[in-house]
Every structure is written in C-alpha cells, then in structure tokens.
Write a protein that binds this ligand. Structure first.
Ligand code: MN
Length: 725
C-alpha cells in the first residue's frame, strides 16, 4: 500500500515549491470520508485513492491533480459534496473532481456500446481539462491492477471497457506505459490461458533474449561513441499483449515472431537523431518501408521519434526508436508531461491554466490542426454529448437545443415537455446544449407542441415529430368536422357507394376528411345525394379549438358566426355581420355554426378603452386584464388632445362570457370612462362597420411588420372614417 509521505516526498522531489500541506490535508479529508469503507480486497478504501495519487505522482503531475487523485471517489461514494471540496480545496480541484465523477457515471453498457470510437470522443469532449482524463486513467489502472478481487462476471465487462476505451485513450494521450500495462492486465484476466502460455514461452527464451539485448545495446552504443555521439541505448522486451495481438493478426506462432526486442536510442538533440539513424543503418540492414520520421511529422498525439526496423544478428528483426530526452519524456508520459513541473520548480507552474497548456502544445507541434483536434476534440466533432438525469449519454448534433434532447429521449417526452433544467438550473428552450450538460426534462400530460417549437429544434427527429403532431391534429379535427357536416346535412353517418364514387372518395372516412377540409363542398355532397332534399344550414355544438376565427372580424365562441370551409385552414368563422359575409361568394356556402367555448382554447378579439389621462393608467388597465385571466396580444395607445386617452387592445379570451368578465374588470379601473368591444362595435350594423374592421386588422398588421415605425400607427389612428364614430 502506498504511503502518503512517499507520495509527498516524490512530489517535493520533482516540484520543491508545491503545496505539500494541501496534499496532506486532502489525504486526511479522503481518509475521513471513506472511513469504514473497504475495497473488495479487504483493504481499507483509502488504499485506492492513495494508489491513484501515487500513479499521478509517477507522472510528475501538479499538486492539484495529486489532490484530485486523493479525493476522486469522495463525491461519488461518500456524503461529501462538490461544495465541500470547493470550500476546502478551491474551484480548480472541485472542477477536476466533478469531471472525474461525471466520467465515472457514464455507463458503458448502454446502447452506445457499439460505438467505441464515439465513446472515446465523448469522454475527450466531456473532460474539459485533460487532467481529468489523466486522473481517470490512473483510477482505471489501479482498478485493473486489483481486478482479481472483483467477482468473475464483473471482470469481463471492466476488462473489455478498459481495452476498448481506456487503453486507446491512454495511447491517444501518449501515455504509453499506462496503455501497455492496461493491455497486459486485460490480457491476463480475460485470456488467462493464452497469457500463461505466452508467458512461459517468453520465460524459456528470456535468457537468450536478454543476452541478445545486452550485446546489441553495447554494440550500438560503441558504434555511436566511435562517431563522437553520446547516447543512452535501452533494449526492452515488447509487452505481452502486443506480441499476442501480432500472433493473432498474422496467424503465426510464437516461434515465428522475431521482433520481440525493441531498442531506444536517446540522444542530445534533434540533428543527432538523424546522425544516429545513419549509424544504426550502417550497422544493420534496414527493412525497406519501415522507416518513419515522426520528428518531421509528429503523430497526432504529439509523439516525436525516428522509427526504423533492422535485421539484427541471427535474423532477428529489431525495432529501433531514436529520439531526444524531451521527446522521450513526451513519448512515455504523453500530455501528462505537460503538467509535470519543470526543473527548478518555477512558481508559475501551480497556476497553469488549461489555455496556457493548449497554447504550449500548439507551439510545440508542426501540425497544430491535428494536435488541437486530438487534444480538444469538442472543437471539431460535430456532436455534443449530453447526459440524462440518470447518466445516459445522448449524442446530438452541434447546435442542438433542449427540445432536441427531449425528443431524443422519447417522442412522448418531447410532446409533453413543459421545461428543462440544465445542470440543475431552469433553462430556456432556445439555449444551445453544451458538452457534458446534464439535462432534466419536465413534462406535463396537458402539454402539446406549439408551432413556435419548430424554431427551437435542430434534429430531423424533433422536427418531424412536431410536424407530424400538427398533421395528426389537423387530420383529426377535419375528420370530426366532416363527421358533423355529414350528419347534420344528410342525417346519416355513412353514405352509399355511388355517392362516394360521385364525390371521388375511396371510403367514408376520406369523404369526411375532405368535407372537413372544405375540399369537398357541401353543395357538391348534396348534388351527389339529392333525394333527401336536405341542406346544411347549421352546425351544432362545435368546440372552440377545432375552428378557425377569421382575422378580419375576430369572432369568439358565443358570437353569432357563419362558417366557410377553406381548403388549408378548415372551417373559418366570421362574425355574421362581417363584411366578408355580405360580400362573400356563394351564399349557399355559408353555414351557421353553433360555436361553443372550450376550456384552454383562446381567441383574439379587440377592445377599445377610453380613459382619462392619469399616471399609471395603462399599467392599471393591463393589470386588470391579466388579473381576469386574459393576456394582451397587442396594444395601441392614442393620446388624444386634452385629457382623454384611447387604448386599443388585442386580447385573448375563451368566449363571450370571459370577454364580459374582462371588460367589467377594466371598467372598474378608476378613470376608465368607456370599454367597448372594438370588432363588435365595428360590426354593430352601423355604416362604418367595414372601415373599422379593416382598421383594426390593418393597424395590428402594420404594427407587426414595422414595429419601429410609429408613423404607421398614427396614420391609421387618425383615419378620418374612424373619427366619425
Ligand atoms: Mn476510483
């Protein structure tokens, strides 16, 4: 078991200026939090965070990362909260712990399982600070080292996840030894027999291999020295999993694998790398096509080195990597090397910010585009990855908004969505989702989509679902309307086949829908079924929401209305005195409709309020409207000369009863002289009715199109015909 003083001593050795006190404090804090908890091995739980911190120290990480290693399981597994962490260890550490906790919540056994690459991208994108990933890798590495204590059935899942997700991540971040150790551990647990067999084969040849290694080390070393080059030459055995993989890939036995050895030549500077390469190639024949210059063209993860394969003694193929000391650091520890304290423990080091790190990385690479892509994938991937409240991941296109998420969860969730919380806070439908957002959808069975939603969705799925809903609504209401028209015209619910044929309809349902949509005129139906001598004069009991109120006269349920079927909008209702009725085409098309209110369905209507000019008058009137359960759609204020004001409101009401209630409320406001329904006045049978109807519509229409043009409203307000009234 790692000891805290060993860790702090190690940190102090590579970074004398670091905050050892805080590391000690984090240890005590974590030990308290995990008190009484045990690992599967039976050890005290604190042994795990200690081991993780130890791994992080071996990567020479900064003290914030070491502290995070000690605290990384406290929020997930104990009563400690993020707020506690922030209070005791600051926002930087709290942010890191939060990131590690979030990644830990991602469940690999979800349906995203198949897309391992997506998954890796998602993890990269979620971890806003790469130190989060490094802590996570250290965490997983220790869990892998102790996998033997896990129940059999869990080993499999954890092993596969490690192999498919975490080892490639370590590779991507350039932390090679973690990748290799993870792979060998997975290999030993998941393919125990193959592992043991390979192990014993290796053992058998170990003696010979070691001799070869030592001999070659000194041969290369001497050759370089003869040319005056100082170099460190290290031979090593390939790790077991890579040998195993090669045997699988090439379908060969162990005896046929020749490149069990790899050599590293570490020299002083870059130009020497190429000189050393020349010397190695003069010693042994290079294998054509195997030379790679990763110094001139670094790998996407920033790795730099010269690679070559030569045919050594006894026909051994030998891989040789040549690089400088700093390239070597990077090759071993990858991006972790960038958090390592530089020699001398510069004071700046503790305040390293992510941005500074990124710029440093960019400066050091010849290919900033690729480097950036690798480091900060969320700038490049076209998806954002968000979490449900339960921690499931949802990949959504960049620019997606809350309703896209709701529809991605389930169409029903989208359809009934009344609001969302993002990371615990109530958010607007118009906001854009960010990587790592945790989204909670609030639903209500009463909620239905609105057309406005179409502006707030990006995914085809959400768009289609919303449109489909409206199509279904239109279909249903047309069917209901057609049913009524049919029954109230002919007194039947079905018609004979020849009537259907004459109307060009396949079945009675199609007939009803076409009637409801106005695609089939009532007189055409009567012509097809003439024997009844019937006609449709009146539609009884029509519910508010299925009908459209005409914009010219703004009728509301309870008014005497006449309807006309219009192809796209269904039944459009006009006030019976609207000019559209008297001037409309064929009188036979007008149907008297008994229009009833329906709770929740609102209709616009105009009212005019005359009042004395008083401070706060407008506020009082608008409050009285709101208090009586109505809302203002539009409003015009016309200050008449002198002491009177004329207010014109377009308000939403359910029906005439509701309107009367609103008008009474306005009348009771002090200073209000007169309240009238504007369209009703206009339709009262006086001569100017048409002009008023138009004025109202034109006025509100002009306000909508040119909100800033006050002159437009003045013109219509001073309409001479209006003055007469
Ligand atoms: Mn852990």
């Amino acid at each position: 078991m790692s000891r805290i003083y060993e860790i702090t001593e190690r940190v102090a050795s590579y970074a004398p200026a670091s905050d050892i006190d805080t590391i000690n404090r984090a240890y005590v804090f974590a030990a308290h939090a995990h008190a009484g908890q045990r690992r599967n091995s039976g050890e005290a739980y604190i042994s795990h965070p200690l081991a993780v911190a130890d791994i992080l120290a071996s990567l020479s990480m900064d003290s914030a990362t070491i502290v995070t290693g000690l605290l990384h399981d406290t929020v997930e597994d104990t009563s400690v909260t993020l707020a506690d962490i922030e209070q005791h260890f600051g926002a930087d550490v709290a942010g890191l712990v939060d990131g590690v906790t979030k990644i830990g919540k991602i469940s690999f056994s979800s349906r995203e399982q198949k897309q391992a690459e997506n998954f890796r991208k998602m993890i990269l994108a979620t971890a806003k600070d790469l130190r989060v990933l490094i802590v996570k890798l250290a965490d997983r590495l220790h869990n892998m080292r102790t996998l033997g204590f896990m129940p059999e059935h869990k080993r499999q899942a954890i092993g596969i996840e490690t192999l498919e997700i975490y080892a490639p991540l370590a590779h991507r971040l350039g932390i090679h030894w973690i990748k290799q150790e993870m792979e060998d551990l997975v290999f030993s647990y998941l393919e125990t027999d193959a592992y043991k067999a390979l192990m014993s084969e290796m053992q058998g040849r170990l003696g010979g291999l070691n001799q070869t290694r030592e001999r070659l080390e000194s041969l290369i070393q001497k050759a370089l020295l003869r040319q005056g080059l100082k170099a460190k030459v290290q031979g090593r055995m390939k790790h077991l999993y890579s040998i195993h993989e090669k045997m699988q890939r090439k379908h060969v036995d162990f005896e046929e694998i020749f490149d069990l050895l790899a050599f590293r030549v570490i020299v002083e500077d870059m130009t020497v790398c190429y000189q050393a390469l020349g010397i190695v190639h003069s010693l042994y024949r290079p294998v054509p096509g195997r030379f790679k210059d990763y110094i001139a063209i670094p790998k996407p993860n920033g790795y730099q080195s010269l690679h070559t394969v030569v045919i050594g003694p006894e026909n051994f193929r030998i891989e040789v990597q040549i690089r400088t000391e700093s390239m070597h650091f990077y090759a071993e520890d990858g991006v972790a090397a960038h958090w390592a304290y530089k020699e001398g423990g510069n004071e700046d080091q503790d305040s390293f910010t992510w941005l500074k790190q990124l710029t440093d990385l960019l400066k050091e690479t010849d290919n900033p585009g690729e480097m950036l892509e690798d480091v900060r994938l969320d700038l490049f991937v076209r998806e954002v990855y968000v979490f449900s409240r339960d921690g499931d991941i949802y990949p959504l296109p960049r620019g997606a908004r809350p309703l896209d998420f709701a529809y991605a969860v389930h169409t029903d969730v989208g359809q009934h969505c009344v609001g969302v919380r993002i990371n615990g806070e109530v958010a607007d439908f118009s906001c854009r989702l960010k990587n790592g957002d945790q989204i909670e959808v609030m639903t209500s069975p009463d909620q239905t989509p609105s057309r406005q939603w179409l502006q707030y969705v990006k995914t085809p799925r959400a768009k289609q679902s919303i449109r489909q809903w409206f199509r279904r609504q239109e279909h249903d209401s047309s069917l209901r309307l057609g049913e009524k028209i049919l029954y109230q015209t002919l007194g039947v619910k079905d018609v004979a086949a020849d009537v259907l044929k004459q109307c060009g309809c396949e079945d009675v349902k199609a007939l009803k829908i076409r009637l409801g949509r106005g695609e089939l005129a009532v007189h055409a139906l009567l012509a097809a079924a003439p024997n009844k001598g019937a006609s449709l004069r009146r539609l009884m009991g029509m519910k508010g929401a299925t009908m459209q109120a005409a914009e010219c006269c703004h009728p509301i349920p309870g008014d005497t209305v006449l309807g006309q079927l219009s192809g796209s909008e269904g039944m459009v209702l006009h006030h019976f005195k609207c000019h559209a009725v008297s001037e409309g085409k064929k009188q036979q098309d007008w149907i008297e409709v008994d229009w009833q209110s329906q709770s929740g369905a609102l209709f616009k209507t105009g009212i005019e309020v005359r009042s004395r000019n008083r401070r706060g008058m407008l506020a009082n009137v608008t409050r009285s409207i709101a208090d009586s359960g109505s809302s203002i759609e539009d409003l015009k204020l016309n200050q008449r000369g002198g002491s009177m004001s004329l207010l014109l409101f377009l308000i939403d009401v359910e029906d005439r009863v509701h309107l009367a209630h609103v008008m009474r409320a306005i009348k009771s406001v002090e200073g209000v002289v007169k309240v009238e329904r504007r369209n009703a006045v206009g339709l009262s049978g006086k001569k100017e009715s048409r002009a008023l109807g138009e004025t109202l519509r034109d006025f509100f229409a002009s306000r909508k199109t040119s909100a800033s043009k006050t002159s437009a409203s003045k013109t219509s307000a001073s309409n001479p015909r209006q003055e007469k009234e």
